[in-house]
Design a protein around this ligand. Sequence first.
Ligand code: PGA
Length: 262
Amino acid sequence: MDVIISKDYNEMSVYTAGIIAGFIRSKPDCVFGLATGSTPIGTYKELIRMHKEEGLDFSKVRTFNLDEYLGVGIDMKKPYHLDQSYARFMYEQLFRHINIKEENIRVPDGLTKDAEKYCQWYEDEIKKAGGIDLQLLGIGGDGHWAFNEPGSSLSSRTRVQELEKQTLDDNYESFYKNCGIDRSQMPHYAITMGVGTILDARNIIMIANGKKKAKVISQSIEGPVTTQITASALQLHKGNVTVVIDEDAASGLKNLEKYKRL
Ligand code: PGA
């Protein structure tokens, strides 16, 4: 596992986008796993800049998003700040700014009528695409990957997951509050790739910034592997894992001298 410490959010984002761009250049039809949340926004901004200024080409790239709220679907009639879907987030933060083909994009469908069947279909689609080459991940305040809340099996697959109080609180603070949406109206369930699905990705990049991630970063990198911190499963990954974090998120790590600084 490579742990790389940047001085701030911007440096983390630019470095991460650089790794992703290198990957896309070496395999233009790569299968790229995408994450939502506030952490990857800077990375997506840099990828957009590279597309516009350096011709980074997404025309053959295929993507799979990690998760979507259950019962929520993209609604282009709504202004962005009132559309709670992750599909809309991806459209606004990345897809509409690059030359990716719509048919190459997969975001779990929160409006599915048969979630169990749908989750199996999503797994099959990943397999059909040849598996995920590169998975980008954030980490939740409770140490989750995607919506794999504490207690999720480390071999779990794509499924419906109930959200924990901390995740609801975090998401309310980072998103819903600004939309004027009442906390009681937030979705309480999501479709999420499982920890096992994520571990099947051939390469993983996890990013985190800020003091509030310091504890879960140290638990996931230096702590025991546990279902209580599902991101700790990165220690079980068989391929390449790169963790890019800023100094604040790194501040809880014990073996700082072992890690690379940008
Ligand atoms: P955040 O969310 O990027 O908004 O902190 C991360 C996550 O929940 O995975």
